[in-house]
Design a binder for this molecule. Structure first.
Ligand code: 5GP
Ligand code: ZN
Length: 124
């Protein structure tokens, strides 16, 4: 993938300002906004502005940008006070990759989840 905007991509449309979102952080290359259907008190999505279909494709094409997405996820967790260093219990980062495991938007994104007791249970 070239990273070019895709007309039929929901998150490209959020990046373009065509669909509103509650943005909590932004950089030149990334955007962080609240999930419309939150699964925890903190549920923020961090995306690259450029379009890649999933996190691995992003990392393959632009490792520095993938690193920025991860660093921004950490900053969101600090801002939201869910990171241990900010007094929280910690947070979980999830990259759904593939329809069969629940990926519904095929623009790379990481879910930042925190503040829910259920997150204390280990998934793996
Ligand atoms: P996935 O299931 O692909 O890992 O994650 C996509 C996420 O995007 C879901 O958690 C879903 O709630 C969220 N989402 C879908 N449509 C919108 C929208 O229009 N705005 C926002 N902020 N989040 C959305
Ligand atoms: Zn896109």
């Amino acid at each position: 993938m070239s990273g070019e905007p895709q007309a039929d991509c929901l998150f490209c449309r959020i990046v373009a300002g065509e669909i509103p979102a509650t943005v909590v952080r932004e950089t030149e290359s990334t955007l962080a906004f609240r999930d419309i259907n939150p699964q925890a008190p903190t549920h923020v999505l961090v995306i690259p502005r450029a379009h890649y279909p999933n996190a691995a494709a992003l990392a393959d094409a632009d490792p520095a940008l993938a690193g920025t997405v991860l660093a921004e996820a950490g900053r969101v967790a600090e801002d939201e006070k869910v990171a241990e260093s900010a007094g929280g219990a910690g947070y979980r980062l999830i990259f759904n990759t593939g329809r069969g495991v629940g990926q519904t938007v095929f623009h790379a994104h990481v879910h930042v989840l925190g503040g829910a007791d259920g997150l204390r249970e280990r998934l793996v």
